[in-house]
Write a protein that binds this ligand. Structure first.
Ligand code: COA
Length: 134
């Protein structure tokens, strides 16, 4: 059974600072996936970002990415609640052309394409996928 490891714990960070947390899935020490998410110092919008989420090539399609999403959602909800706020939206930016798999993955996990940004990436749009919690 894979273990979820988090670093740092939300209780280790002083209120009023931005927060970045790494969430790893490991089994017997072997990395099965890693996510990094971030919250700004002002939590009043209830918005957090998944900055990165990767499952090693040879471990994909085993549900580990899905387990990481669950762990990130849980950690983000704990973090916002512990500071008197509520998580409203979680968002992730993916590359339109080179991350087609990621788009299918995010849709399976209740993220929806809510915006496209042009002139940010090279020769493709950045697509913003958002999951709502209200
Ligand atoms: C996207 C990524 C994190 C998915 O991780 P994973 O552990 O393979 O995901 P899961 O096994 O939990 O897959 C859940 C669902 O996502 C979708 N999915 C995942 N990979 C897919 C693929 N290659 N093609 C189509 N759908 C895919 C499917 O709906 C899948 O369900 P199914 O296996 O029952 O069909 C992984 O492919 C990855 O690390 N890609 C490179 C980095 C990246 O693009 N990161 C952005 C993440 S949003």
């Amino acid at each position: 059974m894979p273990k979820v490891l988090i670093n740092p714990k939300s209780s280790d960070i002083e209120t009023g600072n931005a927060f970045v947390q790494t969430v790893e899935l490991r089994e017997n020490g072997v990395l099965l996936g890693r996510a990094i998410w971030a919250a700004p110092s002002d939590l009043s919008q209830g918005v957090a970002q998944i900055v990165d989420l990767t499952v090693p090539d040879d471990r994909r399609r085993n549900g580990f990415g899905g387990q990481l999403i669950l762990a990130v959602v849980e950690q983000a909800q704990i973090y916002f609640k512990s500071r008197g706020a509520k998580l409203r939206r979680l968002w992730f930016s993916v590359e339109q052309k080179s991350q087609v798999n990621a788009r299918a993955f995010l849709m399976k996990h209740n993220f929806h394409h809510t915006a496209s940004i042009s002139e940010l990436l090279i020769k493709q749009d950045a697509l913003i996928y958002t999951r709502a919690f209200d």
